[in-house]
Write a protein that binds this ligand. Structure first.
Ligand code: C2E
Ligand code: CA
Ligand code: CA
Ligand code: CA
Length: 277
């Protein structure tokens, strides 16, 4: 009967919730250990300049290879880290490690790191950045900080003052995942952004859908009008790249077409390889 089905379903539902709850508790405990014991690594993915076709920077992306469960996606463990406050430890480590890696890259290739909403209240982002830059002897102009709109909504005052202090030193500030959040366009002029990263959902169907292409073209020209460096994320096919070249003034690209995120040790060679093609 329908009634019986409902009961069975709700039973399954509760059992699933228990599994999710215990799984999450386990992951949180294991994540704490991984941070303490050096169980996280970084992958880096290049951003290329469209005009020169050279690598301008590489974005640091956290990786967690769990000893029993294998690779856990950042879309799983970053939110857990945010819930528990462990994110500050991760961010501090990512900043130091990414900056230290960047030192060994050829040319003036910069490094981009993601900073979470919670970091603005959980840690002194400016202090951590300063310490990491001076330890590595890297000029602030080689560093980019990527923030999403969530950070700006949840911690507007702290985020503004920290980002302004960093921008004043020459750190590049990028608005990440543009178009996916609340998209309050007022942030674009109220905060010291110099870069706009258009989310890959805008790039995804531009080959199949004329309206998607027009939307991307318009978002890109909005960024250009505001004197921002515009980046397209998630470029996967040469068809997409050709359309970007033909129809938009996007200045930088990132995506599997150019390279997947790779382990730190592969990056110097990747940069040389991409820059000689
Ligand atoms: P994100 O900052 O937007 O990073 C780009 C994500 O898109 C990465 O996923 C990257 O692997 C993926 N990607 C790049 N090119 C392509 C493409 O052509 N096609 C597709 N389908 N995907 C592409 P990843 O590494 O799984 O990271 C997911 C998200 O997790 C990141 O999105 C970021 O929000 C967060 N994250 C990763 N590492 C960190 C970190 O160290 N700190 C913080 N706070 N967040 C991080
Ligand atoms: Ca990012
Ligand atoms: Ca720079
Ligand atoms: Ca992004």
């Amino acid at each position: 009967s329908a009634k019986g089905d409902g009961k069975a379903k709700s039973h399954v539902f509760h059992a699933q919730m228990d599994i999710d709850y215990h799984y999450k508790q386990r992951l949180k405990a294991d994540l704490r250990l991984a941070i303490q014991e050096g169980g996280l690594t970084l992958a880096f993915q290049p951003l290329l300049d469209v005009a020169t076709r050279k690598v301008v920077a590489c974005e640091a992306l956290a990786r967690w290879n769990h000893p029993e469960l294998g690779m856990i996606a950042p879309s799983v463990f970053i939110p857990l880290a945010e819930e528990t406050g462990l994110i500050s430890d991760i961010t501090a480590w990512v900043i130091a490690e990414a900056i230290s890696q960047c030192r060994s890259w050829p040319g003036e290739v910069g490094v981009a790191v993601n900073v979470s909403t919670r970091d603005f209240r959980g840690m002194d982002v400016e202090k951590v950045v300063d310490a990491a830059l001076s330890a590595a002897g890297l000029p602030p102009t080689r560093l980019e900080i990527e923030v999403t709109e969530t950070a700006l909504i949840e911690e507007p005052e702290i985020a503004k003052s920290v980002l302004e202090a960093l921008a004043a030193k020459g750190v590049e500030i990028a608005l990440d995942d543009f178009g996916t959040g609340y998209s309050s366009l007022s942030y674009l002029s109220a905060l010291p952004f110099s870069k706009l990263k258009i989310d890959r959902s805008f790039v995804q169907d531009i080959e199949a859908n004329e309206r998607s292409l027009r939307l991307l073209t318009n978002v890109a020209s909005l960024g250009r009008d505001l004197d921002l460096t515009v980046v397209a994320e998630g470029v996967e096919t040469s068809g997409q790249f050709d359309l970007l070249l033909a129809k938009t003034q996007i200045q930088q690209v990132q995506g599997y077409l150019f390279s997947r995120p790779l382990p730190a040790r592969d990056i110097p060679e990747l940069i040389v390889h991409l820059n000689h093609d």
